[in-house]
Every structure is written in structure tokens, then in C-alpha cells.
Design a binder for this molecule. Structure first.
Ligand code: ADP
Length: 294
């Protein structure tokens, strides 16, 4: 089982002519309401990859339809609290150039409590994993409790908070970062320097560094495994990283070799970037197998 402590958002996406200006009231020509949040997206990807995933988080008690939506995609929602708070949400304007401007409200995503975290992990088995991102509160409690129970911890520190992440690098097993996060964390301005610095400082840490259209590198001490991305026509890269993480982690907890794991995760995220949307763009494992055969 993977316990994913993560955000659940409602993304409100508005198509606009231009971003709204101070004092302006503007009409949008198109509106879509989508389940999002890095946490929820990664849980959906884990479930679609065939993994047993328990999502731990919180939403408004008025939005219980989100639980049904996650369950329909195969995510266990028993540990999602329903509270008297707003569900985390994003107000997203997308202009004609496909740029976006976003207002984010964390709401219930910042209402995780230490007792809830401890109670969830009290029943975890020794082969279970904990996954977390940086979109919830109580990061310290999640990591220290997981380590106290001897669980394997995967941390995707997005959005990056360098001071917060550095505190925990000795306690986690797998760090998952994209290029920008790797460079921010290492305090350098190119990927190779970031890799060298992170590996030198943390020789026991496994690192997955995703490189967008370049693919991914897996660093384990001095060993480096690089897998190229698939050549596809990208139309929307939202949730590419989340899809990658779900499929990679599902592979890590199974018994495939590292190259196969990375290839499968690259295939799943390649399919994701060919589609619009976030959680709705994440493919199922049969589709990923079919893609790899072609
Ligand atoms: P994030 O979305 O977190 O910034 P990346 O951009 O590194 O993450 O993308 C994650 C993974 O998605 C990459 O490792 C790659 O396998 C896949 N991917 C991303 N962009 C493309 C693309 N344009 N073509 C093919 N695969 C892609």
C-alpha cells in the first residue's frame, strides 16, 4: 500500500481574451471544473498504474462528490477528512496564447492534523510506502512519523521550499524533483551541476530527476540510469510530472527492473502530454502497455 498525503483541489479553468485587469469585470467564453491538486493527481496515477493507494487529506464536507470521483478511479478515500472548510481550489485564467494566471487557495489542504497522520500510519505494514508533496501542511509530522514506523518515504517537494526540504533529506528514501526544483535545491543554474551537488551531499538518497521532453535520470549513489522521453506531440503538459510519479512509484513497489520502471513511467506521461487536462489525461496501465508495444 502507498499512503499518499496530498492536496485535493478543484480547478476552475476560465478561457479569457486577456487576464483580468484591476477594476475590470470580464466575461469568460468557456469554463471547466476539474479535479486537480498534485496530491490527487498522483493518487489517480498510482491507482491507474494498478497500485493500492490510500489518499490521506481533507476537503469541504460540501464536496463529497470528489470522494466518489476518486473512488471511481480506484483511489481509497477512507482517510480523507470532510471538514467545515473550503476545499482547496485554483482559479485559473487561460488566455489566447495558452498562458495561465492562477489564484490558489489551500483551504482544507492545510488542515491535516498530527493525530490524523499518526492514526493513519499506526496501522501501516512494513512494506508500505509514504508519498508526499509540498501542498499540504504537517510535512514534518508526516516524515518523522513515517520514519518512526520504518516506512519507505518518497518526497516530491513541489512547490519547492528549499529550507523545508533540506531539513528532511536525511530522513527520506526517494526524492522526486523536476529540473527547476533540482536546480533550486542545489542552488545552481544547470542540471548537471545540480545532479553532482545533490549526489555528493546525499550519497544514500535515491533521486528521480525528471527532465521534461528529455526524459528522466535515476540517481542511486554513483549509479545513474537515464531513460529518454518518448517522442510525442505535446498539447498540454499539466500533470505530466504527477503521472510520471504515480507510475514510477507503482513500479518501485513492484518487482520490475529500474529501466523498465522508468520506461513505463515515461510512456504514461508521454500519453498524458498528448491530452488536455490534469487528472482526466492520466492513462490506464493497459493503454500504457499497448503504447510500449507500438
Ligand atoms: P513536471 O511536470 O513536474 O515539470 P516534467 O516536465 O519533467 O515534470 O515531466 C515529467 C515527465 O513527463 C518527463 O520525465 C517525461 O517522461 C514526460 N514528458 C514531459 N514533457 C514531455 C514531452 N514534451 N514529450 C514527451 N514526454 C514528456
Amino acid at each position: 500500500t502507498i499512503f499518499n498525503f496530498g492536496s485535493i483541489n478543484i480547478d476552475h479553468v476560465y478561457s479569457v481574451d486577456h487576464f483580468v485587469r484591476p477594476g475590470e469585470t470580464m466575461t469568460s467564453s468557456h469554463y471547466q471544473k476539474i479535479l486537480g491538486g498534485k496530491g490527487a493527481n498522483q493518487s489517480v496515477a498510482l491507482a491507474k498504474a494498478g497500485c493500492d493507494v490510500v489518499h490521506v487529506g481533507a476537503i469541504s464536507k460540501q464536496d463529497t462528490h470528489l470522494l466518489a470521483e476518486l473512488e471511481a478511479k480506484g483511489v481509497n478515500t477512507e482517510q480523507i477528512a470532510t471538514l467545515d472548510l473550503a476545499t482547496g481550489h485554483a482559479i485559473i485564467q487561460v488566455n489566447k496564447e495558452a498562458e495561465n494566471a492562477i489564484v490558489l487557495f489551500a483551504g482544507a489542504n492545510h488542515a491535516l492534523s498530527a493525530p490524523q497522520i499518526k492514526q493513519v500510519l499506526a496501522n501501516a505494514g512494513e512494506n508500505d510506502w509514504v508519498l508526499l508533496q509540498n501542498e499540504t501542511n504537517e510535512i514534518d509530522t508526516i516524515i518523522t512519523t513515517a520514519k518512526a514506523h520504518g516506512l519507505t518515504v518518497a518526497y516530491n517537494p513541489a512547490p519547492m521550499d528549499k529550507a523545508q526540504v533540506e531539513k528532511h533529506l536525511a530522513d527520506i528514501d526517494l526524492l522526486i524533483v523536476n529540473e527547476v526544483e533540482a536546480m533550486d535545491l542545489a542552488g545552481v543554474d544547470n542540471v548537471d551541476a545540480a545532479q553532482a551537488s545533490l549526489v555528493a551531499q546525499h550519497p544514500n538518497l535515491q533521486i528521480l530527476m525528471t527532465l521534461g521532453a528529455e526524459g528522466v535520470r535515476y540517481l542511486n549513489g554513483k549509479a545513474v540510469t537515464q531513460v529518454a522521453a518518448f517522442n510525442v506531440k505535446a498539447v498540454d503538459t499539466t500533470a505530466a510530472g504527477d503521472t510520471f510519479i504515480g507510475y514510477a512509484l507503482a513500479g518501485f513497489t513492484g518487482n520490475l527492473g529500474i529501466e523498465s520502471v522508468l520506461k513505463q513511467a515515461c510512456a504514461a506521461s508521454a500519453i498524458c502530454v498528448t491530452r488536455e487536462g490534469a487528472s482526466t489525461a492520466i492513462p490506464g496501465h493497459e493503454e500504457v502497455s499497448q503504447f510500449l508495444k507500438e
